[in-house]
Structure formats: C-alpha cells, structure tokens
Design a protein around this ligand. Structure first.
Ligand SMILES: Nc1ncnc2c1ncn2[C@@H]1O[C@H](COP(=O)(O)OP(=O)(O)O)[C@@H](O)[C@H]1O
Ligand SMILES: O=C(OP(=O)(O)O)[C@H](O)COP(=O)(O)O
Length: 402
C-alpha cells in the first residue's frame, strides 16, 4: 500500500478556521445503563482532534456505534459526549443527526477550536452502502477530511471511503498513521529475528494471516483452538478438542510451507485438558501426543510456555494475534497470560518491538493490566487481521498519497 499523507503535514495555514470532517472509530462498548465500559478508542482518537483544535480548526466528528438497522436510540453517540468533552477540554456539541439542516446550522456556528459530534452515521443504510449522495451530504459541512478510524478502515462506507471524493485534501489521522506504521511498516521491515504468535479459535479464520506471516517471520508460534487441527493432521488423538475436519490437509501444507521457508514452527508440547467446556471443568496437564478421549484441550501447558518464552527471548520484533487458550475461563488463562507477561517484559527490558493485532489478544493484555507495556496495541480487530493478511484497506486506499 502506498504511503499516505498524514495530518502532521497540515499546518496552521491549512487548518486555521477550516471545518475538518474527522471520521473516528468511537465504537466503544456500553453497558445497559449506557455507561462506557472501555474508552480506549475514544482516548486513541484524542491526539488528532487536539492537534486540529490547537491549529484553530473547527472539528466535525463522525463515527458509527454498533450495527444498528435504522435509527436505534441504544446506538446513539450521545453517551460519549461527557467523556469526549473531558478528554478534549472543550464542550463538545452533539447533533441529533449526521446530515441535514440542524447539522448544517451547528457546523456553521462552530467557533475555531470547537467540536461538533454527529449522530451515528449507521442510522442511515446509505452509510454502509457507500451511497455517493449520502457521502456528498456528509461532506457538505466541511472543507477537508481526516480519517482516523483505523478500526473501520476495512469497510468501504460513505464516511470512510465515499466522502473522500468530495473533500480535499483527505489525509490519515495520527492514530491511523500509527496503526499503519506498526502493522504495515514494522511487519514489512522488522528488526530480526521476527516472531509471530497466532492463536484464537479456528485455523479457518487465520489461514490468510498465517500464510502471509510465513513469508516474513523467523519463528511462528501457534496456540488456541486451531492447534488441534494441526495435531490431528499429524495423526495425534485430540479427544473432544476443537477440530476443523476440512482443514487437515491445509494444516499439513502449512507445516510443510514453514519447513520449506526455514521458519521455526512451534506447536505446544503439552496441553491443559478439560472434561467439559466450562469455567469449573476438571483439568489436567497432558503431553500434546496423549490427549485422552472425552477430554478437550483448552490451554497450552507449562512446558509449551517455557519453550515459547525461550524462543521469544531471541527475537527483536513480535506480533501477536489470538489467545493461546480459553482465557475467559480463569483455569485456562495461564498460557495467554504468560505470553502477555513475556511480551511486556521483552518490550520494557530489552526494547523488543511488540505488536498486538487487535481482537481478543487485546482483551487478554488488558485483563492482565499490561496494555501500556506493549509497543503497539491495535484498535482494530477485523482491520488489523485484513492488513496482516496483506489486503489493502478501502478507507486507507482512498486517502491522498504522501
Ligand atoms: N483451545 C480452545 N478451544 C476452544 N476455543 C478456544 C481455544 N483457545 C482459544 N479459544 C477461543 O478463541 C477465541 C478467540 O478467537 P479469535 O476470535 O479467532 O481470536 P481474535 O479475536 O484474537 O482474533 C476466544 O474466545 C477463546 O476462548
Ligand atoms: O469494532 C470494530 O471492529 P472489530 O470488532 O473487528 O475491532 C469496528 O468498529 C468496525 O465495526 P464493524 O465490524 O461493525 O464494521
């Protein structure tokens, strides 16, 4: 993907008094009382907005929240206003819509250094259809466009892609830039040795990532539910563990590809097995070659963790996507926690570049309280997966080149 122009190239002359349409990913989790349960994505969006406000711009801020079908009060962005205002140090004005007369009036009345938050862009089906008329209406209240919504950059929607046809320049925000620097830059030109750790539930959802990373890494560590398909492909008994019967040949071919490319592929040597899929299941540690019938593997064992740690000790760059086990159950969280701890230690004590590629691995790092110890934690699950598979993201492609 060509390098894109970043917001840092915009100066006071470009921004003073200008209305800037900022697409952020403010898709944060809310509880039943509409309280924000994790404000990471809001905090991650602040540097770009603050930069614009300091340069005297007027910010028209847009996002989606959830996957509403039409106007749905539970998916309103209104609950975000107090936290946004607090983090930005300004009183954020909220519109009841994302297009139309009221939005036009509020945008026209914005002072320099003011922020107008639009209502959920997905309240219109035209957003996800990337309808040009809708994109034109969104664009009509602003002079230029900044896309900082990395988490939504894999969607070709009106506010992430269509709007760039009507606003120039269209540039990447600081968060978008940082995500691309790590997930594209550091992965394409890693400090070597370079290791990837891939886990998660199924091999089918990670094939693209594994294949793409096999071309770049020195070490590939596999964990999570997908490993039982690899074991079965090698003729081991896997009991009641998760297996994708139609991916056995693929698993064998991935093992062969790793060999051919000289990649050290590490599968766990021992497993924590359970008698049922439940937090209170009976559990025991067994060799990977001896999973008993009627038991299922839900975590990697201590020997595997030791081997993984020794391999990781030799590296300079590590990318991690997907938990090592069912980390949501305390009894089966140790393998995932050990990876989180190891990466935190290597980042802080040895300056190793550690990149956490979105999704459940981020949740695991946060659960372990180690989020601030990693080099980069992606704010996009689906988007980071697509990037790591080598797919171009429509929301990035549409931006001006640097
Ligand atoms: N051995 C296992 N058996 C079943 N599920 C597993 C196993 N190990 C991990 N998982 C589950 O995989 C899920 C995450 O998978 P996935 O969505 O592919 O990862 P990510 O969100 O990081 O991309 C978690 O909910 C976790 O409980
Ligand atoms: O939460 C998001 O993606 P993620 O769960 O893959 O990280 C983004 O806001 C994109 O949302 P979408 O998958 O409804 O388009």
């Amino acid at each position: 993907m060509a390098t894109k122009r970043s917001v840092g190239t915009l100066g006071e002359a470009d921004l003073m008094g200008k209305k800037v349409f900022v697409r952020a990913d403010l898709n944060v989790p809310l509880d039943d009382a509409q309280n924000i349960t994790d404000d990471t994505r809001i905090r991650a969006s602040v540097p770009t907005i603050k930069f614009l406000l300091e340069k005297g711009a007027k910010v028209v801020l847009a996002s989606h929240l959830g996957r509403p079908k039409g106007v749905t009060p539970k998916y309103s962005l209104k609950p975000l206003v107090p936290r946004l205002s607090e983090l930005l140090g300004v009183n954020v004005v909220m519109a009841n819509d994302c297009i139309g007369e009221e939005v036009e009036k509020l945008a026209a009345a914005l002072p320099e250094g003011g922020v107008l938050l639009l209502e959920n862009v997905r309240f219109y089906k035209e957003e996800e259809k990337n309808d040009p008329e809708f994109a034109k209406k969104l664009a009509s209240v602003a002079d230029l466009y900044i896309n900082d919504a990395f988490g939504t950059a894999h969607r070709a929607h009106a506010s992430t892609e269509g709007v760039t046809k009507f606003l120039k320049p269209s540039v990447a925000g600081f968060l978008m830039q940082k995500e691309l620097d790590y997930l594209v830059g550091a992965v394409a030109n890693p400090k070597k040795p370079f290791a990837a750790i891939v886990g998660g539930s199924k091999v089918s959802t990670k094939i693209g990532v594994i294949e793409s990373l096999l071309a770049k890494v020195d070490i590939l560590i596999l964990g999570g539910g997908m490993i039982y398909t690899f074991y079965k492909a090698q003729g081991y008994a896997v009991g009641k563990s998760l297996v994708e019967e139609d991916k056995l040949e693929l698993a064998t071919s991935l093992i062969e590809k790793a060999k051919a490319k000289g990649v050290s592929l590490l599968l766990p040597t021992d497993i924590v097995v359970a008698d049922k899929f439940a937090p209170d299941a009976e559990s025991k540690i067994v060799p990977a070659t001896a999973i008993p019938d009627d038991w299922m593997g839900l975590d990697v064992g201590p020997d595997a963790t030791k081997t993984f740690n020794e391999a990781l000790d030799t590296t300079q760059t590590i990318i991690w996507n997907g938990p090592m086990g069912v980390f949501e159950f305390e009894k089966f969280a140790a393998g995932t926690e050990a990876i989180a701890k190891k990466l935190a230690e290597l980042t802080t004590s040895k300056g190793v570049t550690t990149i956490i590629g979105g999704g459940d691995s981020v949740a695991a790092v946060e659960k372990a309280g180690l989020a601030d110890k990693m080099s980069h934690i992606s704010t996009g699950g689906g988007a980071s997966l697509e990037l790591l598979e080598g797919k171009p993201l429509p929301g990035v492609l549409a931006l001006d080149e640097a």
